[in-house]
Design a protein around this ligand. Structure first.
Ligand code: GDP
Ligand code: MN
Length: 394
């Protein structure tokens, strides 16, 4: 689960991180009022959406004086902000963050995340801040520094020092080294205490006076740990999430929307991934990832159908179920029922294997939906058939 920059900055500040002074605003008047209270010659008006790359998309404006703040806030508030992370439709800006402007001497990149390969938390940093870190990592990997953290001992002071010196903070004076060390430590504490799965500061800056601050902050949480953080759950902004994914989560369906034309309904996450791979192998593209879970019942199957078919790009649905705990006949009657109640217009390929598969075949064959509900034996042939039927739909 992601939150907005202004919320993330409040959280890291509680752990001792230094951030620019600022406040969120939801109207131009509020924005101007905040800027007036902040004082100083320069303020920054920042769009609050969950996607990054706002600066390049015109969602971050350094503004000199109250008139400029008014102009920036008017331009950004309500705009449909398009960045490389929003998709072509963009995201509507409902909230702004108004901050004191900083005199930037140098921008760094800093993040903390879980490294699955080493099974450790890793701190990643670079002198090449402010720009796209993926490009730096690809072209000049030597410019990316990493500190892996031992889960038993936690972050050690020598690691913090090593990182601060390796990034060259000593060039900016003793206070800058101290500031960087304090900031890294408080960000690590935030990550651990709040059960984050990503904490990214890009840019982390040193000012002309040698102050070290988090100028941007992207924070995302491990959803499996949210039960421990009721306050964090309150920060969820459903407007920023895909409506189909929100609806799916309300029905306990594990659903992720994708861009393809074949809707998938599968039980088990690994099985769902394999299904998507096979669709690709046969030249199709999946419209979604969907794990209906090991305890799928008729109601779930119907909800899954409804959510998948809301996507107009879907040309065919592939149902791939292995009946272990879940019974195939129950899935089959759920599918037949859902097909009729949702009034499906697109073909559905069903592959059912495992417990009560034979009974399931009978239910499908007697459903009176021949031609629309196609039963195929075998994983590969089912995926191939789905791709074929989707293509035939044009
Ligand atoms: P992002 O584009 O969504 O990652 O948004 P950021 O918060 O990183 O802002 C984009 C860029 O705006 C930063 O990399 C800075 O170069 C610039 N910026 C943000 N705040 C300030 C500020 O206080 N002073 C100056 N001079 N530039 C700023
Ligand atoms: Mn940024």
């Amino acid at each position: 689960m992601k939150i907005h920059e202004y919320q993330a900055k409040q959280i890291i500040a509680q752990y001792g991180a230094t951030v620019p002074q600022g406040h969120m605003a939801q109207s131009v008047e509020e924005a101007v009022k905040i800027a007036k209270n902040l004082g100083g010659p320069v303020q920054v008006v920042k769009a609050q959406i969950h996607a990054g790359g706002r600066g390049k998309g015109g969602g971050v404006k350094v503004s000199k004086g109250l008139d400029a703040v008014k102009e920036s806030a008017t331009a950004i508030l309500g705009m449909q902000l398009v960045t490389h992370q929003t998709g072509p439709g963009g995201q509507k800006v409902k909230t702004l963050l108004i901050e004191e402007g900083m005199d930037i001497k140098k921008e760094f990149y800093f993040s903390i995340l879980v490294d699955r390969a080493s099974k450790k938390i890793v701190m990643i940093a670079s002198r090449e801040g402010g720009m796209e870190i993926e490009e730096v990592a690809e072209k000049t990997p030597e410019k990316i520094l990493k500190e892996w953290i031992n889960p038993v001992t936690g972050l050690r002071p020598f690691q913090v020092s090593r990182l601060a010196y390796a990034l060259g903070f000593d060039q900016y004076g003793k206070a800058a080294v101290k500031g960087a060390k304090k900031l890294f430590t408080s960000l690590y504490q935030t990550f651990i205490q709040e059960d984050c799965d990503l904490l990214e500061i890009n840019p982390l800056i040193v000012t002309k006076e040698g102050r070290v601050l988090a100028l941007d902050c992207k924070m995302s949480f491990d959803s499996n740990a949210l039960y421990r953080h009721p306050m964090t759950v309150e920060l969820r902004d459903l407007d920023e999430e895909d409506p189909a994914e929100v609806e799916a989560s309300q029905h306990d369906l594990n659903f992720i929307k994708l861009e393809g034309e074949i809707g998938c309904m599968v039980n088990g996450a690994g099985f769902a991934m394999a299904t998507m791979d096979l669709i690709h192998d046969y030249g199709g593209t999946p419209a979604n990832f969907l794990d209906v879970g090991g305890t799928a019942d008729e109601e779930r199957v119907e909800n899954a159908f409804r959510i998948i078919t809301k996507d107009e790009k879907v040309k065919c649905i592939l149902i791939n179920i292995f009946g272990g705990i879940v019974r195939c006949d129950m899935i089959a009657s759920g599918v037949v029922k859902a097909f009729k109640s949702v009034a499906l217009k697109i073909p559905v390929v069903v592959r059912l294997e495992g417990t009560n598969a034979k009974k399931a075949h009978e239910i499908i064959n007697q459903s009176g939906l021949e031609g629309k509900l196609v039963m195929v034996d075998g994983f590969g042939p089912a995926a191939q058939k789905a791709v074929e039927l989707a293509k035939a739909q044009g």
